[in-house]
Design a protein around this ligand. Sequence first.
Ligand code: AKG
Ligand code: FE2
Length: 318
Amino acid sequence: MGSDLKHNGSSRELEVPVIDLQGSRGERRSVVVQQIRSACVEWGLFQVINHDISPALMKKMFQVAKEFFDLPTEEKWKYSSSERTTTVDLFHGYGTKEFGTKGALDQGDQLRHRTLPLSARAYEQWPSHPPSFREIEEEFTQEHHKLKEHLFELISESLNLRSSFLNDFFGKDYAQTFLINHYLASVEQTPSMGLQNHSDICALTVLMQSVSGLQVMKDGEWVSVEPIQDAFAVNLGDQFEILTNGLYKSPLHRALLNSSERFSVGVFSCPPDDKVVTPIPELVAEFPPLRYKASTYAQYRAEVMTVPDMVKTLTPDL
Ligand SMILES: O=C(O)CCC(=O)C(=O)O
Ligand SMILES: [Fe+2]
């Protein structure tokens, strides 16, 4: 492993912003909106506490994830997508690195579902063991839909746009993806990589981690995103960097293996495939020049998927 992994490769001075959403629908709204703006400009990533998703539900989600990933491998493969992709792509259902490479873990396995729009659900890829898995995933992703609506309102306001701007832009048919990453415990003394450096191609990722491992690049250094009890890490993806003409960052991040088994559960919000994503004119007028070209989300994804490495591919291209 590279020398940058020594001592976790992380800086001790920098601390990822933690934003308390308590009162963000009322008296603390303007404070929270300002904190979100700073975090998105400086980091593209922050943690949220008091976000209205119940700690009991978060705990249940981790429990059923553990029960599922403890199943024998051949049981888990029953939930893989029937179309095995050998090209660079994101698989759906159960998968590992040998089955679709982009976004796959170096050492571990994953479960990925399209959860919204409802018409995109392939329930045959949702585990029936443990028996409560489906119900909990259903509730968890429904709660995440509500959290996304709230965060999109706050982010819209942080850009001096009307509250409903981003929710309207993504529309009722926006795509929600649910992902469980299951990393094996590290067998080495020094930290080794679980998921390579990348930026997320969607718009917003909300992720909970069972134990530490997530790191974000800030001013050329890797900074650990330490799990906080009942918190979610929120990071912006490439679509927000494009929409904001680069004002808000889609940060480079990675996951290191922990000395124990590790789970992270992420919910991604993305535009519909046919949505044309281009910098918002008001933001281009405020911070010219126009930096990113317009493309549909499907075109963008197709381009990124042709790049075999995980690395962030988005750079200003105008
Ligand atoms: O496991 C983690 O903490 C990070 C996962 C991640 O970045 C992803 O799934 O896109
Ligand atoms: Fe990611």
